[in-house]
Design a binder for this molecule. Structure first.
Ligand SMILES: Cc1cc2nc3c(=O)[nH]c(=O)nc-3n(C[C@H](O)[C@H](O)[C@H](O)COP(=O)(O)O)c2cc1C
Length: 201
């Protein structure tokens, strides 16, 4: 089997936002799909370690901001490289507003947003698959949606030449220093697994 085939799958990138009481939070995901049109239903796979995961599991609601090609790296850092358990990701953020459901969406950088209510969950081990009905949706701009490939080629800064030996996370650039990367290793920054690391000499 050639594992590299998995990298040929095409994905979008999204800000998945949740709310619990007064606490707003959101994380970056690449796993939003529309799975049926009648009913209008989407799925999203969220890592169980994410704070956003716990919030959605508890409240059963979320918004998805569909990111455009104009999204700067700062947005990925803000929502994808730190946890809402440790920081308030919206504290100094001036590019969000609220949808009718009271949940946040990005007023800039997103070309559309979707509001959804969870109708079922599926335990995937490391992740929970949320299956949800679309309750609202709006188009915000005509700028094309960003793909995972576009993010890697045009948005993520090119890795600096480093003298460190070890393994680099292809998603966020985190470097694990050591000869062998444990097969169950999970990136402490972006939560991707060992399969997303490359050897650096
Ligand atoms: C490009 C990119 C794609 C990501 N895709 C996913 C994903 O599909 N599912 C997921 O659970 N986390 C994904 N993450 C990781 C979360 O965004 C990250 O762990 C975040 O810090 C979680 O924040 P939270 O604890 O506030 O929810 C991705 C991160 C990046 C940078």
């Amino acid at each position: 089997m050639n594992q590299a085939a998995m990298f040929q799958l095409s994905y979008g990138l999204f800000v998945l936002s949740a709310k619990k009481g007064q606490k707003e939070n959101a994380c970056i995901v690449n796993t939003v799909q529309q799975v049926t049109t009648t009913p209008n239903r989407i799925t999203v796979a969220v890592n169980k370690g994410n704070y956003t995961h716990d919030m959605i599991l508890e409240t059963g609601e979320f918004n998805v901001s569909i990111l455009s090609e104009e999204t700067p790296f700062e947005v990925f850092q803000r929502f994808g490289f730190q946890s809402g358990r440790d920081v308030d990701k919206f504290a100094d953020c001036d590019y969000y507003t609220k949808a009718e459901n009271g949940f946040v969406y990005l007023s800039k950088y997103a070309n559309a947003y979707i509001s959804a209510k969870v109708v079922a969950t599926y335990d995937l081990g490391t992740h929970t698959l949320f299956i949800a009905d679309v309750t609202d949706a709006e188009v915000l701009s005509k700028i094309p949606s960003v793909t995972y490939t576009y993010y890697h080629q045009n948005i993520k800064p090119k890795p600096e030449q480093t003298k460190a030996k070890g393994w680099r996370c292809k998603i966020c650039g985190y470097v694990y220093e050591g000869e062998e990367l444990p097969s169950d290793f999970v990136c402490p920054i972006c939560k991707h697994g060992a399969a997303d690391f490359e050897r650096i000499e």
